[in-house]
Design a protein around this ligand. Sequence first.
Ligand code: ADP
Ligand code: 5GP
Length: 215
Amino acid sequence: MSKGILVVVSGFSGAGKGTVMKRLLEKYDNYALSVSVTTRSPRPGEEDGREYFFRTKEEFEALIKDDALIEYAQYVENYYGTPRSYVEEQLEAGKDVILEIEIQGARKIKEKIPEALLVFVAPPSMEILKDRLTGRGTETPQVIADRLKRASQEAEGVEEYDYILINDQLEECVDKLHEIIRSEHSRMDRNLDFVRKLQLEAAVFGEKDPCKYIS
Ligand code: ADP
Ligand code: 5GP
């Protein structure tokens, strides 16, 4: 079985990454969503082990020390990191693994795993982003302001991603993401083992007496 693709999905806070991921997993098989570890507090309705593993700063630092995180970053006063073991197991099992992480983490992943696919989820406009972030109603005005400020910094790095996905109509956006990942499986550089095998088989036909291969 071929290995899965590691897909990094980033986007400004409020762009709709969580919503898109949830729908992608409901709609299509073969995806595994990595659950990150964070030091931030759970939002109402969030459960430990489902949206995040909620941990103290000390616990988070112990994970860093044990090399249990593939990457980690600080985002608006909290730490966030990707547990290594789940990602490695799922990729080996042939699943396409999705990391919903911010831009510093995306850069670290690209450095360590160049074949990772980087997708940036953008809102149709920054005005709509502000409305979505406010409308979600889960953050204080101060936290919203911090996140919008962070978006202004992150906007500089959007070109580092392989694809941009505009989250206007949710279903369209989800289907497009699925198509991008599906197409990625057919890229030549992801299929070189198969190509080599085919070339070896083809070479046999190039030998002296082709008649002996035809029954
Ligand atoms: P993120 O995970 O990027 O911070 P969320 O998934 O929490 O963003 O979405 C932010 C808000 O925008 C939520 O209230 C969500 O319901 C809403 N939202 C997400 N996608 C869309 C969309 N395509 N159209 C309208 N509203 C959306
Ligand atoms: P939130 O607090 O809104 O859930 O997430 C804040 C930001 O942290 C988002 O941009 C989200 O993508 C990012 N994030 C979540 N998990 C991780 C992670 O494991 N690593 C990194 N680098 N960023 C993460």
